[in-house]
Write a new protein. Structure first.
Lengths: 490, 230
């Protein structure tokens, strides 16, 4: 029976209607996945080297022990946002002569096919074999592996249960993220240490591998609770994440910006109330960790901002680029309504600028925590910020007037590639490359700060002349609106 | 004369979807646009609303070309399909938004909506749902109510009776009849009974061309029925 289910699943994937156009996207997605998995594997094997570097005052195994629980805390948050409930696929089976327990076990097995369940293996197992095994022997390593797998399963089923049981509100994720960040901060200032706790737990396991049994027991309990819950509530409308009561909201903050503010508030609701744009924007905050890869002490010391500019522009402008590349298409389902209503196109375009500016400002403020590494980074971020709100916003909106591809945002697959075309991919690079080129031009004369100044000045000029650019884009928009509307109707 | 259509043509590839030589509409008329699928009704409406660029010709609203200025938006309201609704808003948010575009305060909108309790059958306001979660019929109701709320001089509705339950169809007819004379209404419908009942002028289109254009009288329904059964 399970095999039949799985074969149906396979067929539904290969025969799905929108597959035709999106094979290329699937390949790209596959490459991305491969990339991330390789990165994970690289980190996994590199841990022996990385860990002592990040935590120089303790031995690698202590650090390794310390990060395990941290990882799974983040993992839980990521899953809360990204992992999907495997639900809808069972509707055609519910009325057939198939026992409910079989359907439940199918759902539970299907839930295992998630990338999240692959990462822990790649991240942690290499280190287990390379470092823990020679030092502590086979029994301890088995206990480690058992714990890690159990924690993974625990997270997997806990999330499914939480999602089914309650609402997967974005506030949960943000709240959770805040809690974990608070713990990181407490850790940093040595108040409370999760790392020590995590280390303590795994030290105990090293001493007495039987302690590891506690993780599979908890995981099994959660699994059972989830299965029992499913078994009892095998009705389609109850299975999918619960609907919360929708309330009307009013973002008073935007009122001060007049009509444009109202339109911006409208679009903010669009972002918050749909998964795809929401994730696109959230991606911008996740990208904030990029700095750790690029901001190396020796690079900062020598003022070589070239590569760091890449990270800075990316971090302060990611949401502009990623959200902006589908600009107007987010609103494709009600574009006719927007055009036929009494909306001044100038306000419409201004609203976009307003949103972009707010998003970029928030990201820049968030990114300013890098000043703990070096105050120079603040200058760098300020330059990137000016560049983004001055230039990137304008370019993104000009390009948007060439985008006629409809997006159906109500369809909520995590990896929904509808509306993705070659232009979207290509359009990202110039934004990133231009400031680096400007910078390099000045760097030839060994004037890194003059280079930064030039980029900042460029952004500032664009910002000051924004009125002109708004009019320019409005003109283009007026010309293109029939074509855009037509594309969005398809 | 509030609306004038001159030489309006829309061509897709080698297919002419709309080809209307001349229509004049005086203020206060209620016009029914009738025709089979593919007659070009929706395309025609979209050109009236400047959503599609005509291949040739022009639509003049109070003497001004709708494609060249936007003054017509001040006195024109419309609901063609769900594409006009912002479906991730609650109905209240949507009405408030539309109201704000027309200088109506939240209080104005609330006052306006109270008279629609019956029309909405108490299913729409305070329902705790987004518009996208409503049935099609209720979505149409939201769209029509939002259009009427703007107190337009010109109202354009595409198949407003489809998807509505019988009670609401009758209510909508009464609403439209009550406005006759003060508002210029342009509706399309496949239901000959309804259009002849509501409209005082019928424009019959086929393959994008105006076949008949006449005032309704007691024989209109029979005339239309015989035309379509032929």
């Amino acid at each position: 029976m399970l095999n039949t289910f799985l074969s149906h699943q396979r067929k539904s994937f290969w025969r799905s209607r929108n597959r035709g156009g999106s094979i290329a996207a699937q390949v790209v997605l596959g490459l991305f996945m491969l990339y991330f998995l390789l990165v994970a594997l690289g980190i996994g094997f590199g841990m022996k080297i990385f860990l002592p570097k990040f935590f120089p005052h303790q031995d690698a195994i202590t650090s390794f022990n310390g990060i395990i629980l941290y990882y799974f805390a983040f993992d839980l948050l990521m899953r809360l946002q990204l992992q999907e409930l495997p639900t809808l696929s069972i509707i055609p089976y519910l009325h057939l002569k198939i026992s409910k327990s079989k359907i439940v076990s199918f759902l539970n097995i299907k839930a295992l096919f998630s990338v999240f369940n692959l990462w822990p293996f790649l991240l942690f197992l290499p280190f287990c074999f390379v470092s823990v095994l020679p030092q502590n022997g086979f029994l301890v390593v088995s206990a480690y592996i058992l714990s890690i797998i159990s924690l993974m399963l625990l997270n997997n089923y806990l999330i499914l249960f939480l999602k089914r049981k309650s609402i997967s509100n974005i506030l949960f994720t943000i709240g959770g993220l805040a809690i974990v960040s608070a713990f990181v901060a407490l850790e940093y200032f040595k108040v409370i240490s999760i790392m020590a706790g995590s280390d303590w737990a795994f030290k105990a396991i090293t001493k007495q591998p039987l302690f590891a049994m506690i993780f599979p027991i908890i995981a099994f309990l959660i699994f059972k609770i989830n299965a029992a819950f499913l078994r009892k509530n095998l009705y389609v409308e109850e299975l999918s994440a619960k609907q919360e009561k929708k309330v009307s909201t009013d973002y008073a903050f935007f009122n001060r910006f007049g009509k444009a503010g109202e339109l911006a508030a409208l679009e903010l609701k669009l972002i918050i109330r749909h998964k795809r744009p929401r994730n696109t924007v959230l991606m911008g905050t996740i990208i904030l960790v990029y700095g750790f890869l690029f901001y190396k002490p020796e690079v900062i010391q020598s003022n070589s901002f070239g590569m760091m500019l890449f990270a800075a522009v990316f971090m302060t402008g990611m949401s502009i680029i990623s959200y902006g590349q589908f600009m107007f298409a987010w609103q494709s389902s009600h574009f006719d309504g927007l055009l036929s209503n009494k909306i001044d196109f100038k306000d419409f375009i201004k609203a976009k600028f307003l949103l972009f500016t707010i998003a970029s400002t928030i990201l820049t403020i968030l990114a300013s925590f890098y000043c703990f590494i070096s105050a120079k980074l603040l200058i760098l971020h300020l330059v990137a910020y000016l560049y983004n709100i001055g230039f990137t916003t304008v370019m993104v909106l000009i390009l948007a007037t060439y985008n006629y591809k409809r997006i159906d945002i109500s369809r909520s697959a995590s990896f929904n590639w509808q509306g993705m075309g070659a232009t979207q991919w290509i359009s990202i690079f110039p934004f990133i490359l231009l400031p680096i080129l400007i910078y390099w031009a000045f760097n030839i004369f060994h004037q890194p700060f003059v280079g930064l100044l030039a980029i900042g000045l460029f952004g500032l000029i664009m910002l000051v002349t924004r009125g002109f650019w708004v009019n320019f884009i409005v003109k283009r928009f007026e010309k293109q609106r029939y074509k855009i509307a037509e594309g969005f109707r398809e | 004369m509030i609306l004038e259509v001159k030489n309006l043509k829309k061509v897709y590839g080698d297919k002419t979807v709309v080809n209307i030589e001349h229509i004049q509409i005086t203020a206060g008329e209620t016009i029914g646009l009738v025709g089979n699928n593919g007659a070009g009704k929706t395309t025609f409406f979209r050109m009236l609303l400047d959503l599609i660029r005509p291949t040739e010709g022009e639509v003049l609203s109070k003497g001004e070309n709708v494609a060249h200025q936007e003054n017509w938006k001040n006195y024109t309201a419309s609901f063609l399909d769900e594409g006009f609704l912002i479906d991730y808003l609650t109905p209240e948010e949507y009405f408030t938004f539309i109201g704000s575009l027309n200088q109506l305060s939240t209080a104005d909108v609330g006052a306006y909506l109270t008279q629609y309790g019956e029309f909405f059958n108490n299913e729409i306001l305070n329902s705790g749902k987004y518009i996208r979660d409503f049935s099609k019929g209720n979505q149409v109701k939201v769209g029509i109510a939002a259009a009427l709320m703007q107190k337009p001089e010109i109202l354009i509705l595409d198949e407003p009776f489809a998807n509505l339950d019988p009670t609401t169809q009758i209510r909508l007819k009464n609403l439209l009849k009550a406005q006759a004379g003060s508002m210029t209404t342009f509706i399309s419908s496949h239901d000959l009974n309804h259009v002849t009942d509501v409209c005082n002028r019928i424009i019959l289109v086929e393959k994008g061309q105006v076949i008949k254009d006449f005032k309704t009288d007691e024989n209109t329904l029979k005339e239309l029925e015989s035309y379509f059964s032929a």
